[in-house]
Design a protein around this ligand. Sequence first.
Ligand code: AMP
Length: 285
Amino acid sequence: MDVIRTPDEMRAWTRGRRESARRVGLVPTMGALHDGHASLISRSTEADDATVVSVFVNPTQFNRQTDFDLYPRTEADDFAMCDCLGVDAVYAPSAEVMYPSGSSTIIDPGPLAHVLEGASRAGHFAGVATVVVKLLMAVEPDVAYFGEKDLQQVAVVTRVVSDLDLAVTISAQPTVRETDGLAMSSRNVRLTAQDRAAATCIPHALSAVRDAVKDGNTDVTALRAMMHQILRSEPRCTVDYAEIVDRHSFTPVDTVDDAAAACIAAWFGDVRLIDNLVLSNWTGV
Ligand code: AMP
C-alpha cells in the first residue's frame, strides 16, 4: 500500500495505473477509522480495480475549534486497517499542503448547505464541498463512496459534483451500527460510559418513528413530537434538532412519503452526534 502526501503525487499515482485500473474508487475519510469506514472501503475493493482512501481531518468543515482539536487522530492504526482491507493507496495530505498560506477559494453549494445541519453548523458544508472537490481533483476517481449516516452530506456532494460537471459517480452506502443501534462514528470514542449508554436514545427515536410510519401514521407533527419526547426523556441528551425532512432538499415535509427522512443531531456532554433514517427504508436501525 502506498502512502501519498501531495496532490501532484496523488494524480501521478492514479494516472500511472490507468491502463490496469480502469475503475478507481475513492473513500474520503477524516481517519479514526471504524467498521463504518471499513464497509465503504470493502465496497470499493470489491467493485473497483484500485481503491484509494483519503485520511484528512479537514479544518474548514469544523465550526468549533475545540471539536477540531479534540477530533481523534490515529494515523498509524488507520493505515494498518487500510492495508489489511486491501487498499492500494492512502492519500494523507497535511493541512499546509491542502490549504497553503494564501489559499482562499471556497465552494458554496447553495441553499442545501444552509438548512438543517448547515443551519446548525455555519460554513460546514462549504468546507465539505471544498475539500471533497480538492480530493476528487487530486485522486481523479471514477467512483467516490459516502455514508448515508451523513445523509445531507451525500446530497451536498451529489449537488456539487453535478453542478461542476465532475466526472465521478457518487455512491451512497448504508449506515453501519453498533449492536445496540448507535451509528458508528469516530466521535463515539469521546463519549463517557454514561453518555455512550444514553446515546442509544437516538436510534430508539429513529426506529420508533420508522415503526409508527410502518403502522400507517404519517402525521409529521405527531412523529416529530414522538422523536422529541424519546430524546428528552434521556436527561443526558440535549437535542440540537430532530426533524422530518425531504431527503433531497432537507427542508421540512408536510406529509411522509418515500423521500422523507428523520434526522437527529444531539449533544451528549461536549460530543455532538448525528444520525438519520430514510423512512421508507425498514431495514435501518
Ligand atoms: P468521516 O471520517 O466521519 O468524515 O466519515 C467518512 C465517510 O464514512 C463519510 O462518507 C461518512 O458518512 C462515512 N461513515 C461514517 N460513519 C459511518 C457509518 N457508521 N456507517 C457507514 N458510513 C459511515
